[in-house]
Design a protein around this ligand. Structure first.
Ligand code: FES
Length: 115
């Protein structure tokens, strides 16, 4: 199964079944990734920044690109975790402002195995 890593001071890393979204992976691994619109590609609170393994994620579809463009998140590393599906190992950084935290995330994860 693909390994997914969320870089954050409370970050996690673990294996999840292929074809799960990054948001589903966060839930499975016990990481509280915000998702205000419930995964409907209309809020960007679930946004993450791909550090590695971007080719192992599903392509950006029209709805995801449209929302990212409207929010001026035009760099290719931005993904909506509710839309990006996992097909291989991937590491993403969770923006700290989501949690009102300003500390560094360099190399900070905890390891755990999950479904
Ligand atoms: S949860 Fe709202 S865009 Fe992903």
């Amino acid at each position: 199964m693909p390994r997914v890593t969320f870089l954050h001071p409370q970050g996690v890393s673990g294996e999840v079944a292929e074809n799960r979204s990054l948001l589903e992976a966060a839930d499975i691994l016990g990481f509280p990734l915000p998702h205000d619109c419930g995964g409907n590609a209309s809020c960007t609170t679930c946004r993450v920044e791909v550090e590695s393994g971007g080719d192992n994620l599903s392509e950006v579809d029209f709805d995801e690109q449209d929302l990212l463009d409207r929010e001026n998140l035009t760099e290719a590393f931005h993904r909506l975790s509710c839309q990006a599906r996992i097909f291989g190992d991937v590491t993403v950084r969770v923006p700290l402002q989501k949690f009102g935290d300003t500390s560094s995330t360099e190399g900070q994860t905890s390891n755990q195995s999950a479904l």
